[in-house]
Design a binder for this molecule. Structure first.
Ligand SMILES: Cc1cc2nc3c(=O)[nH]c(=O)nc-3n(C[C@H](O)[C@H](O)[C@H](O)COP(=O)(O)O)c2cc1C
Length: 360
């Protein structure tokens, strides 16, 4: 409510400035660990129904923060204090890189959407490792790995391996990101003949203890989604994250001229909702619960989170919904989700996963 009053003022600032200012304010306002713990305890619903065992850890509830907000891993404590079920940091690359020239972040308020072409600006895996050192988070931490821009695709495996070896010990799960539209050629790695050697090289380094997930693009053709699902089954991948931003621009309320002026980049938020739901359904139908799916894309209400869970998601993540909904979005959604589960007679999140899933 209070955020809704301030949001027009925040939105007067250039988007990337507001982003950095917001994170800086969070870091300053929540710099004391006991205060962070207290805030999280106060915000989170005390409901056993929401507890979500996933990848060997237990999330307090199934609503996590998607990758891309905390690219350096230097704001996880304050973000966890806001009540996320889990935090995913990154994308981080083996080598530090500045990302694309500014401006590279745009709001589309009429669509409750964002276009970004950050291009993996990040401090590199060693920089992130230093930021995460000694961190004692009250929720699971995922680390999202990408390929350095200067590394050609035929050397991608070594690049991902460098980041994994550097950061694996600090993660509760690791995500291979081959789906950002903002690194030239990256999405070519989603082809199964490229993905198989990449994932097969990372799996032995992860071993039994570190779950390995794959994050995919919503722009894959349906048959390519099925091929990825089959590969996940074949390699016994620990999970899929569906999905990243889209390069599509269909059905926007923002005037076409304004959208064209923003230029290239990934679109996120409400316009992505329907395709994300579809992607989830295609994957869930094929996987039949054998590989957990985290649903992400256009989720900004408990109702939509619940819908994705019923369609087969074991958990969900939010990013753009958090920017439009404000700092307490995840905690608010968790409380409402608890009510929805209770209303329908589910005594756990797991009991609701896939109840609306179609047969293969
Ligand atoms: C500004 C911005 C930066 C992002 N950066 C990353 C990133 O570095 N790595 C990644 O895997 N996804 C990134 N994403 C994608 C989100 O994690 C998420 O998959 C996507 O935005 C869809 O969810 P949403 O509609 O809730 O935002 C980014 C999204 C936004 C809006």
């Amino acid at each position: 409510m209070i955020y809704a009053l301030f949001r027009p003022l925040i939105f007067l600032l250039p988007a990337e400035l507001a982003h950095h200012l917001g994170l800086a304010l969070l870091r300053i306002g929540l710099c004391i660990k006991p205060c962070r713990r207290l805030l999280r305890w106060w915000l989170l619903p005390k409901s056993k129904r929401l507890k979500t065992p996933l990848f060997g850890t237990t999330w307090d509830h199934p609503i996590g923060l998607a990758a891309g907000l905390d690219k350096a891993g230097d704001c996880c404590g304050p973000l966890a204090a806001l009540g996320f079920g889990a935090i995913e940091v990154g994308t981080v690359t083996a080598k530090a890189q500045p990302g694309n020239p500014k401006p590279r972040l745009f709001r589309l308020p009429k669509d409750r959407a964002i276009v970004n072409r950050f291009g993996f600006n990040n401090p590199g895996c060693e920089g992130m490792a230093a930021n995460l050192r000694g961190l004692d988070l009250p929720c699971p931490l995922g680390i999202n790995l990408g390929k350095s821009k200067v590394t050609p695709n035929d050397e991608a495996i070594e690049d991902y391996l460098t980041s994994l070896r550097c950061l694996g010990a600090q993660a509760d799960y690791v995500v291979v990101n081959v789906s950002s539209p903002n690194t030239p050629g990256l999405r070519d790695l989603q082809a199964v003949d490229q993905l198989r050697p990449l994932l097969s090289a990372l799996q032995p380094v992860c071993g039994d203890k570190l779950p390995l997930l794959l994050k995919i693009a919503p722009d894959l053709a349906d048959e390519d989604l099925l091929a990825v699902a089959d590969l996940a089954l074949e390699l016994q991948l620990d999970g899929l994250i569906a999905n990243n931003t889209t390069i599509g621009r269909e059905g926007l309320k923002t005037p076409a001229q304004a959208v064209a002026e923003m230029g290239a980049g990934g679109l996120s938020g409400k316009p992505l909702c329907e395709r994300s739901r579809e992607v989830l359904q295609i994957l869930a139908r094929r996987l039949q619960g054998k590989v957990p799916i985290i649903a992400v894309g256009g989720i900004e209400s408990a109702e939509e989170a619940y819908r994705r869970i019923r369609l087969g998601a074991s958990a969900v993540q939010i990013y753009t919904g958090f920017i439009y909904g404000g700092p307490l979005t995840a905690a608010r959604m968790a409380k409402q989700l608890d009510r929805l589960l209770a209303r329908d007679g589910f005594d756990s999140v797991a009991a609701a996963v896939g109840v609306d899933m179609e047969d293969p």
